[in-house]
Write a protein that binds this ligand. Structure first.
Ligand SMILES: NC(=O)c1ccc[n+]([C@@H]2O[C@H](COP(=O)([O-])OP(=O)(O)OC[C@H]3O[C@@H](n4cnc5c(N)ncnc54)[C@H](O)[C@@H]3O)[C@@H](O)[C@H]2O)c1
Ligand SMILES: CC(C)[C@H](C(=O)O)[C@@H](O)C(=O)O
Ligand SMILES: [Mg+2]
Length: 394
């Protein structure tokens, strides 16, 4: 897959933290602590083998964190949603962990001063065209799903969303007047063949590591950009004969995700359909507060962020679910740094914390223990430590 690191020889990493706005700083603070502890415990585990330590150098995984402003916070401090300094720091780091951006305060800003514009700029600036959004229903959270147990149970979907093209970036766009002198607003959905090919290849490779099924979602019955999309995806299928490829129109896909989500394994789709379908898929899992994401490009650092937004309705109240950001940190370890063991440790700690019955409000069900963002973080930290014992003994 593009830009995914596999070596664990380098064990000291520069990670840029972009907390952003709203609940962003709350969830990033928690995920930072989890990353640090998981890294430190790697050192503990590997101290067991002196010869391995000598051959590979210090085994403790160390993070040098630098925090930068972006989004609304950067508009307020610097007058732009993505300061040059923030982009340069992100580009020079090994991986980037982002919280969320946006909020009521900046909703009526002009486009170039919107927090969301900063988000698009950093995705483009890092060239992270492939956005992986896994939506898996954990057994512990089946009851938190709004769907019937038999529909939600066992769902395990990976949405591969094209992230740096399509209608988000297409030209022309803007405001104008029509023949009647009325105000208009317009955007352009445009994809080149090579843009479709590179995201499709990533998706086929992802499907190959999963259950071997890829569904390409488009609107090829209406949109030219989707007609090209379907043609390119179809023509690449011969390179991946082991993968079962299907196509589905996006309106049907939105319906099928609720009707029978278990029919899906890997979904590949464009920027805007991926945005919408991944929020929809998140509700199968119980909450948008559970869904992490990894965005990677051909080279350079990856960008890791929960799929949710800045949740201004609960910001500053210690109510946010930090698990999506903690799981994004696990994806950072796996896809950004090649630190598979530490990634597994973090994921196992999240599962264990849920097994221990702790729930933030968005995933609460009777009989479980309601906690806030900070406490959930503390509980995950406790179980990260206990995972190290498992790792040492296994
Ligand atoms: N990647 C991003 O930074 C990102 C993503 C989506 C939206 N946004 C921005 O966020 C702002 C709010 O957008 P929105 O309200 O449409 O979407 P949102 O994802 O912020 O919130 C939608 C709903 O989900 C809840 N929610 C979201 N994350 C949660 C969490 N971790 N724990 C518990 N509940 C959670 C919120 O309280 C809210 O009720 C807007 O400015 C939007 O542009 C940013
Ligand atoms: C805030 C917005 C620009 C962003 C997107 O549309 O990509 C968000 O919804 C997301 O899913 O990350
Ligand atoms: Mg979205």
């Amino acid at each position: 897959m593009a830009a995914v690191r596999c070596s664990t020889a380098k064990r000291s990493y520069n990670v840029t933290l972009l907390p952003g706005d709203g609940i962003g700083p709350e969830v990033v603070a928690v995920a930072k602590d989890v990353l640090s502890l998981a890294g430190a415990l790697e050192g503990k585990a590997s101290n067991q083998s002196l010869s391995l330590s000598l051959s590979l150098g210090p085994m403790r995984v160390e993070f040098r964190f630098q925090e930068k402003l972006m989004g609304g916070a950067a508009v307020d401090a610097y007058g732009v949603p993505l300061p040059e300094e923030t982009l340069a720091a992100a580009q020079a780091s090994d991986a980037v962990l982002l919280g969320a951006i946006g909020g009521y305060k900046w909703d009526n800003n002009e486009k170039h001063l919107k927090p969301e514009t900063g988000l698009l700029q950093i995705r483009a600036g890092l060239g992270v065209f492939a956005n992986l959004r896994p939506a898996a229903v954990l057994p512990q959270l089946v009851d938190a799903s709004t769907l019937k147990k038999e529909v939600a149970e066992g769902v395990d979907i990976m949405v591969v969303r094209e992230l740096t093209g399509g209608i988000y970036f297409g030209q022309p766009r803007g405001f104008g007047k029509n023949d009647k002198g009325e105000d208009t607003g317009f955007n352009t959905e445009v994809y080149s063949a090579s843009e479709v090919d590179r995201i499709t290849r990533v998706a086929f490779e992802v499907a190959r590591k999963r259950r071997g099924k890829l569904c390409s979602v488009d609107k090829a019955n209406v949109l030219e950009a989707s007609m090209l999309w379907r043609k390119q995806v179809t023509s690449l299928a011969s390179e991946f004969p082991d993968i079962e490829l299907s196509h589905m129109y996006v309106d049907n896909a939105a319906m099928q995700l609720i009707r029978n989500p278990k029919q899906f394994d890997t979904i590949v789709t464009n920027n805007i359909f991926g945005d919408i379908l991944s929020d929809e898929a998140s509700m199968l899992t119980g909450s948008i507060g559970m869904l992490p994401s990894a965005s990677v490009g051909e080279s350079g650092p990856g960008l890791f962020e929960p799929i949710h937004g800045s949740a201004p309705d609960i910001a500053g109240q210690d109510k946010a679910n930090p698990l999506a950001t903690i799981l994004s940190a696990a994806m950072l370890l796996r896809y950004g740094l090649g630190e598979e063991n530490a990634a597994k440790r973090v994921e196992a700690a999240v599962t264990e914390t849920l097994n221990n019955g702790f729930r933030t409000g968005d995933i609460y069900s009777p009989g479980t223990t309601l906690v806030g963002c900070k406490r959930m973080g503390e509980e995950v930290l406790k179980t990260v430590e206990s995972q190290s014992t498992v790792a040492l003994n296994s």
